[in-house]
Ligand binder design. Structure first.
Ligand code: GLC
Length: 399
């Protein structure tokens, strides 16, 4: 592991960029030349294993571009020109995108605090966190049913996941180019929304996604702990209440047969419909301890340990092997990603499944040893896919 740790540090340093007093990490120099929201939270978690000051810098760069309404954009183009061919998608702003990503910020801040107990840093960043989570709770839940919504699949971090096919009007099998075209069309619509998320949802795209809400839930729980730390009992109670409401609403609207499904609002009859596509999202609620022990046992036995579903030779595929949309080389339509493995491992440990968690950790390490720090991995062959020198493999240090 010491050798692995050295490799991670080398990669993090190679991908580090500085700009006008800010410091951040590129997910991959090869083709991701910007700062990304949830990537930076993962980077901060990884950097905690090396240098806390760098972890703080990564997050401070991120919050520097927070919008007036509290939203943190999913991409920050610090330097306008880059050598790679990654398209600068114009989302209506010149220096950032105008959509967001799963808000892992409080979690990353909490990790930092666990390492150095620096209350001054918490005091400095807390107001930014308050504005961020307020944005999600206020703007992304226009019907006030306590579950937040996405206005674009990219906000999930799983850009072309089959969970979004129905709402993009796509069949289970289609090309990545077709998928990208639909999402680009949506970007144009997102720009027209002019930051009005409720309008955007009503007219163009409205999905209440399971991982996004599970991640929000865990982060709201941490917000309550941070508030306690700052002797702010009013906020602490408020966030705990929101956790309770979010969990209850997820049970109410998403749960069926022990599985939490993402949902969308069918505008014709004003009813929420479940998106019954089996992806790793069914394990995401474990991360926030939303399922009961019995529900957890059910999905683990029936799905995670099932060779026809998620127990592929290399685990854990992002989409079940049994889905018509499963594609072992299809970006978010099957390959193993290290972040999703990280969420699953954290969840399993919370329910006492330590052996299974260890199996996934060993599996992840094996993938990196075999194929390098690749972006994704083929769940059937273990072959590396996507860009090289991708930072997410560093999360293994925290599994
Ligand atoms: C891809 C991933 C997204 C990630 C970004 C940068 O778009 O789908 O989750 O944030 O790359 O790594």
């Amino acid at each position: 592991m010491e050798d692995f740790k050295k490799q991670v540090l080398e990669l993090m340093l190679k991908n580090r960029r500085k700009h006008k007093g800010y410091q951040y990490t590129l997910p991959s120099v090869q083709s991701y030349p910007y700062q990304w929201f949830w990537d930076s939270c993962f980077h901060a978690i990884i950097l905690c294993y090396f240098n806390i000051a760098d972890a703080k810098k990564e997050l401070l760069s991120l919050v520097a571009k927070q919008f007036d309404n509290g939203m943190i954009p999913h991409m920050i183009y610090w330097k306008k020109k880059s050598k790679t061919d990654f398209p600068i998608i114009r989302w209506g702003k010149s220096d950032t995108s105008t959509i967001t990503q799963p808000p892992m910020l409080a979690y990353a801040v909490w990790q930092i605090y666990q390492k150095d107990q620096d209350k001054e840093f918490i005091t400095k960043i807390y107001p930014k966190l308050v504005r961020l989570y307020h944005y999600f709770l206020a703007e992304r839940d226009p019907h006030n049913n306590h579950i937040v919504s996405l206005v674009n699949p990219d906000e999930s971090g799983e850009d072309n996941s089959p969970r979004f096919d129905i709402n993009l009007g796509l069949p289970p099998k289609h090309t990545i180019t077709e998928n990208f075209k639909r999402r680009l069309k949506l970007v144009k619509a997102n720009v027209r929304c002019d930051f009005n998320a409720p309008y955007c949802m009503k007219n163009f795209f409205w999905v209440k996604d399971v991982p996004m809400n599970a991640i929000l839930c865990e982060n709201l729980k941490i917000m309550s702990e941070l508030a306690v730390l700052l002797d702010n009992q009013v906020d602490a109670d408020y966030y705990l209440d929101r956790v309770k409401k979010l969990k209850a609403a997820m049970r109410d609207l998403m749960l069926e047969d022990n599985i939490f499904w993402s949902i969308y609002l069918d505008q014709k009859n004003n009813q929420y419909q479940k998106i019954k596509v089996k992806t790793w999202a069914m394990f995401a609620p474990l991360f926030a301890q939303i399922p009961t022990k019995a529900e957890a046992g059910y999905i683990i036995d029936r799905y995670l340990l099932n060779k026809k579903e998620f127990a592929t030779p290399f685990m854990v595929p992002t989409v079940s092997y049994s889905e018509p949309s499963f594609d072992p080389t299809g970006f978010w339509r099957g390959p193993v990603w290290m972040t999703t493995n990280w969420f699953i491992v954290k969840g399993l440990k919370r329910y006492g499944y330590h052996d299974l968690a260890k199996k996934i950790i060993d599996n992840s390490l094996n993938l990196i040893e075999k194929s390098g720090f690749r972006e994704q991995f083929n769940p059937l062959s273990g072959k590396g896919l996507g860009v090289e020198n991708f930072t997410w493999g560093g999360l293994l240090l925290d599994m």
